[in-house]
Ligand binder design. Structure first.
Ligand code: SF4
Ligand code: SF4
Length: 105
């Protein structure tokens, strides 16, 4: 009797479940900002900071204007600073001891 190989059952957590495992200590002040607000409001049509952020930190009301920044959710991946076509993201690590801690390395 032959036995067919079976695919192993792999449990894939949803993105929300994975984000839930990230611990964050609020530094109190935002470590993210825009350098020149008028560039966001008047020149930027793509808002790449919004579309690239995996944690939904950057948001733009009605797809225009200066984004709001929910810095408390930031994963410190740095994507937004390189995605902005105007080099208009001010980015630094949160103050020492604050920021994200990853449970699974
Ligand atoms: S991509 Fe850059 S210029 Fe555009 S909204 Fe975001 S921070 Fe502003
Ligand atoms: S560093 Fe990453 S997680 Fe934090 S705001 Fe930028 S894109 Fe989002």
């Amino acid at each position: 009797m032959s036995v067919s190989p079976q695919a192993p059952e792999i449990e894939n957590d949803s993105m929300e479940d994975r984000l839930y495992t990230v611990k964050y200590e609020d530094p109190g002040d935002s470590h993210l900002d825009v350098k020149v607000a008028s560039i966001c409001a008047d020149s930027c049509e793509t808002a790449d900071c919004v579309s690239i952020c995996p944690a939904d930190v950057w948001r733009r009301e009605d797809g225009e204007g200066v984004p709001t920044i929910a810095y408390e959710n930031c994963l410190e991946c740095s994507s937004c600073r390189f995605a902005c076509p105007y080099d208009n993201v001010s980015w630094e690590y949160p103050k020492t001891g604050a920021g994200v801690t990853y449970k699974r390395g």
